[in-house]
Design a protein around this ligand. Structure first.
Ligand code: G
Ligand code: G
Ligand code: MN
Length: 535
């Protein structure tokens, strides 16, 4: 059925989205959180490294300040002191004095007094400053290990220098970065890069490694801390591990809630309630012909449900859902409301029958009598005969109480009919229990009619039964002239079916009542072969 099917397709999408939502959100949030955490750690590591490099610079400059006391002494005199000072103080590879660009004295054992550029294996930087420092790839004595050189030049072209071994910084960076896989590096004054840790790693899965760069406020030192993508993913995975069980619970919870919400929202009960609010229900009326007065004697109200897109929902479907979801009482009240509006302008004479279908649940409802009486009051001025049609689709419990209510309503001029007689499971017991006025024979029995003179045993028996019980009898679903003639011949006083009239909406019915409704119905069965027999 289209209505329900559409809802179900739609619903699955909703539930899947609800389930995915916490997961997607969690993956995004943990990714952001992991990146943030890594950044904080990077900043901390860079700060620590800078502080260490600054501390080393401090001690290098302190050393140079100490060396100034030897400014005018010959090298031979102070060489030993320089060696001792340079060895006993941490960090230093060598210290010494300068004369112009020549090294005039050095703590380094056995090193010739060459040029500064030879010792540092590169030309000194052109800074124009008396104080400078530079990271270098190595020194003449230890060419393969980086170092940092600090130089103080005095106005008389003498000067002092100190070389700090890069190993200390490399060990420090290694100790800090190893456990987290950081690549750290530092540079003095844009010189050689001193670094530790693994070399460049390939980018993984579109995730770039995170870089952080910091500089010292006191010295020309800059440091880089790079966290490889693999480390980023690792910390993301850790965050996910903590978060995922929670997200899964949320996901399930949200799916259950959504499913529940959908079931409630898209239930027939809610659809029917909404349709009543939006006036999607209308009433169609099928005329009933009386063979006695040879004109229209009444009409049966049949509910119709049209969706805004024009689609009709079949009454047998929505009625049975209304019955099973406890909506049949409100729906029938709605029907009576609509009928009361429609009937106001009907061109009918007093005594016209207006019938409608009642469900067992409504008959057993405490407000049943009240509902019927309210309807009766609303159409009182039309002086119609209200006919209550009881179906046998669902069993009427507490028959005695219902029978009392029906007798009460009969005392107010209403009629009681059994609808679809013969198809239910308790037709005959209904005859005993309820105060009936007439009986509507189900169209199944009418369909069994084969010829005007041929017997139709079950139908004939039902008709006889009605006569014996002094009940009016109505034939339902009369579609042919033969069926009409047959029933009229056997004293069936009321006829309903396509042969006489189809159900019509209010406007068409009113026009019909003023025209065809006043005409007798002829049984033009002369064309049918059965009638060529005399009789
Ligand atoms: O014409 P039609 O297809 O409407 O009828 C289909 C079924 O729906 C019939 O069995 C009829 O009794 C039932 N039906 C139609 N309208 C109503 C109604 O207002 N109330 C109840 N209880 N049944 C109805
Ligand atoms: O169950 P109840 O008798 O209330 O419902 C009447 C149903 O029978 C409605 O669905 C109505 O449209 C249908 N109906 C009325 N007349 C005919 C008819 O002549 N032939 C058929 N097949 N259905 C009919
Ligand atoms: Mn009916």
């Amino acid at each position: 059925m289209p209505l329900q099917k559409r809802h179900r397709d739609f619903g699955w999408l909703f539930i899947v989205c609800a389930g995915l939502f916490p997961l997607v959100l969690g993956i995004l949030c943990t990714a952001i959180e992991a990146r943030h955490t890594v950044r904080q750690q990077q900043i901390a590591a860079a700060g620590t490294l800078l502080a260490q490099a600054e501390k080393m610079s401090d001690s290098a400059w302190d050393m140079i300040t100490t060396l100034r006391q030897y400014q005018h002494r010959p090298c031979a005199e102070i060489e030993e002191t320089l060696q001792r000072t340079g060895t006993l103080n941490a960090y230093f590879r060598s210290i010494g004095m300068l004369q112009g660009d020549r090294i005039s004295c050095s703590s380094a054992y056995g090193l010739g007094h060459g040029r500064l550029s030879e010792m540092m294996m590169q030309p000194p930087p052109v800074t124009g400053k008396a104080w400078w420092s530079l990271s270098i790839r190595g020194t003449l004595g230890v060419p393969a290990r980086p170092a940092v050189i600090f130089v103080r030049q005095l106005p008389d072209s003498s000067g002092f220098w100190a070389v700090i071994d890069g190993q200390y910084l490399m060990d420090f960076m290694h100790a800090m970065g190893e456990s987290r896989g950081y690549q750290m590096s530092l540079q003095f004054n844009g010189g050689a890069i001193i670094h530790s840790g693994p070399g460049e790693q390939p980018a993984q899965l579109y995730i770039k490694s995170a870089e952080y760069h910091a500089t010292s406020a006191r010295y020309p030192i800059s440091v880089h801390v790079t966290v490889p993508a693999s480390e980023l993913i690792k910390s993301w995975r850790q965050a996910l591990l903590i978060f995922l069980p929670m997200a899964a619970i949320f996901s399930i919870l949200l799916m259950v809630l959504t499913a529940n919400w959908l079931r409630r929202r898209l239930s027939w009960a809610d659809e029917i309630r909404r349709a009543m609010r939006n006036r999607q229900f209308t009433v169609h009326y099928q005329p009933v012909y009386s063979t006695e007065i040879e004109r229209c004697k009444g009409a049966e109200a049949l509910m119709r449900w049209q969706l805004p897109n024009g689609e009709m929902i079949r009454p047998d479907i929505f009625i049975s859902h209304a019955e099973s979801e406890g909506m049949i009482v409100p729906l029938t009240r709605h029907l009576l409301e609509l009928m009361a509006e429609d009937l106001q302008s009907w061109p009918v004479e007093p005594g016209f029958h207006i019938g409608f279908n009642l469900a067992a649940e409504h008959l057993q409802h405490p407000d049943f009598v009240q509902d019927m009486m309210r309807f009766a009051r609303r159409i009182r001025h039309k002086q119609m005969v209200i006919t209550l049609e009881l179906t046998e689709r669902s069993l009427i419990e507490d028959g005695e109480l219902v029978a009392r209510k029906l007798r009460h309503l009969q005392s107010h001029g209403m009629k009681v009919a059994i609808d679809d007689f013969g198809t239910g499971h308790c037709s005959l017991s209904y005859l005993l229990t309820f105060p009936l006025d007439y009986l509507k024979i189900d169209r199944g029995f009418i369909n069994a009619i084969e010829g005007l003179e041929t017997e139709t045993p079950v139908l004939d028996t039902i008709i006889t039964l009605c006569h014996k019980l002094q009940l009016d009898v109505l034939g339902e679903g009369v579609e042919t002239a033969l069926q009409f003639a047959y029933l009229r011949q056997r004293g069936v006083g009321l006829i309903q079916g396509y042969y006489y009239a189809r159900p019509m909406d209010n406007d068409r019915l009113q026009a019909w009542l003023s025209e065809q409704g006043r005409q007798p119905l002829s049984a033009e069965v002369t064309h049918e072969p059965e009638l060529h027999h005399p009789g």
